[in-house]
Write a protein that binds this ligand. Structure first.
Ligand code: SF4
Length: 456
């Protein structure tokens, strides 16, 4: 067990016993559960919608190179500069260059997990540029000095009282402000920044290959504001976000909304095809798209786990996961938490740092059940475990224990060797530390074979 795994176990133990955290998550998630259930009920045939999304994502990924090049060709013709980043470092260099070329000092940014992945805010702040999150949840975690807790709802771990206390501490706001008053306070603050910022940054929910466009979906209008006032728009997208055609978007948007937040469709949906044209009043004068690889092509090479690239980041698997609901988003120490995060993080962050996340799963299969892209998430996590044992743990102590157990499990006679009293002593002492500190294992009884023989 390496230091990352040890830390994970300590944190998981602590957070799962934190009753305040548990209460907040339970309350916030129950609202999502109810809304998502309602959203799913709106479909006459939800399976058909899921099948469509699943098939189209696989189609897009099977010709990822062709689709991305087509996207580049089409959008470049409208003057958009498409930049390719192999990793976070390269993305950082490209961003710095754009910032320098446009002499920017202030950036307004809409919610984007890809920008979290490359630590966008940290990077630009290190060169003296301010980057302000404009999604309300992201804004809350930013001023709290935290990272997003959840891929769809970044401040899910905070109660209304937590937010009141935070705003009181940071801005001296009245501690009793209502949710509407808090929202309005942020709105007024951000309006001034939209007008002042030189650059607006968004992610991309989808890259539309056939027309060469970026699709962004949001509920607050902050992405539209972030791209309407500043002179420059940078969209940062993971290369797996591609979908084949504009026609497909009509299915992807409602499926994403219904599985993410339970809405029929998200409130604001924008298709960015380029900078503003002559005579247009709103929009940036210059648009860049940064296409980020960051180990995605490595993941694509995996015969089984590559299927995880079909994820549309709806967040449904996080909400469904009993592990996530107990240990919370931060325990994963990864940009993407929950089941899909546990699946992709070992590839994005390295097996050394994140392989243990593949074990943070009870294989209940709830994630797979709810996934609109029909990703067999829990089975992919098992493949990660195989890979981890195969390449990293095969000869360690864990490998030795598992090999011994396998030998014993395949031979029922070996199970019967020794007295139950000795075995129970082992389970109560060493076994208890290995399996669970908080739960006693039931004592071993006489084996089925012996009991059966005796009954004859
Ligand atoms: S793996 Fe499926 S359920 Fe989880 S976030 Fe991705 S699309 Fe949604």
């Amino acid at each position: 067990m390496n230091k990352y795994y040890k830390k994970f176990l300590v944190d998981a133990d602590r957070v799962s016993k934190d009753l305040k955290h548990r209460k907040t998550i339970k309350f916030n998630m129950s609202k999502y559960d109810a809304a998502v259930e309602k959203g799913r009920m709106r479909y006459i045939n939800i399976e058909a919608a899921r099948n469509y999304v699943a098939a189209k994502k696989r189609e897009a990924l099977s010709e990822l190179d062709k689709n991305l090049l087509q996207f580049e060709e089409k959008i470049s013709k409208r003057g958009v500069e498409v930049l390719w980043a192999t990793d976070s470092k390269m993305a950082g260099h490209l961003i710095n260059e754009i910032i320098t070329n446009h002499n920017a000092k202030l950036i307004v940014k809409s919610k984007s997990m890809t920008t979290e992945e490359i630590e966008f805010n940290h990077r630009v702040e290190s060169i003296g540029v301010e980057s302000v999150e404009t999604d309300l949840g992201e804004y809350i975690v930013q001023i709290a000095g935290e990272k997003p807790y959840h891929i769809v709802t970044p401040a899910m771990h905070k109660s209304k009282i937590d937010v009141n206390e935070l705003f009181h501490e940071k801005f001296d706001c009245d501690i009793n402000l209502t949710a509407e008053e808090l929202t309005n306070y942020v709105r007024v603050k951000l309006r001034k920044l939209y007008q002042k910022a030189e650059i607006g940054v968004t992610g991309a929910n989808f890259i539309i290959s056939d027309i060469g466009a970026i699709a962004v979906t949001e509920n607050e209008g902050n992405a539209i504001m972030s791209t309407s006032f500043p002179k420059v728009h940078i969209a940062i997208a993971g290369i797996e976000k591609v979908i084949p055609t504009m026609r497909d978007l009509g299915r992807f948007w409602p499926v994403l909304a219904s599985h993410g937040t339970g809405q029929a469709v998200t409130v604001y949906n924008t298709i960015f095809t380029g900078a503003k044209k002559d005579g247009e009043n709103f929009g940036p004068e210059k648009m860049y798209v940064i296409l980020l690889d960051n180990k995605r092509t490595e993941l694509l090479k995996q015969p089984v786990q590559s299927d995880s690239l079909a994820c549309i980041r709806c967040g449904a698997c996080l909400n469904a996961c009993p592990v996530y609901r107990n240990i919370g988003g931060y325990t994963y120490e990864a940009t993407y938490g929950g089941p899909i995060g546990s699946m992709i993080s070992p590839f994005y962050q390295g097996f050394e740092k994140s392989a243990h996340l593949s074990y943070a799963c009870s294989i209940c299969g709830k994630c797979t059940e709810v996934c609109p892209a029909k990703i067999d998430i829990h089975m992919l996590l098992l493949h990660n475990r195989n890979q981890d044992v195969e390449f990293h743990n095969k000869n360690g102590i864990f490998g030795f224990i598992m090999k011994s157990f396998k030998r014993m499990a395949l031979n029922p006679f070996l199970f019967d060797i020794g007295f139950n009293g000795i075995k129970n002593f082992f389970l109560r002492t060493i076994g208890k530390n290995m399996f669970s500190k908080h739960r006693s294992l039931p004592p071993l009884q006489k084996s089925f074979r012996k009991t059966y023989k005796k009954s004859l």
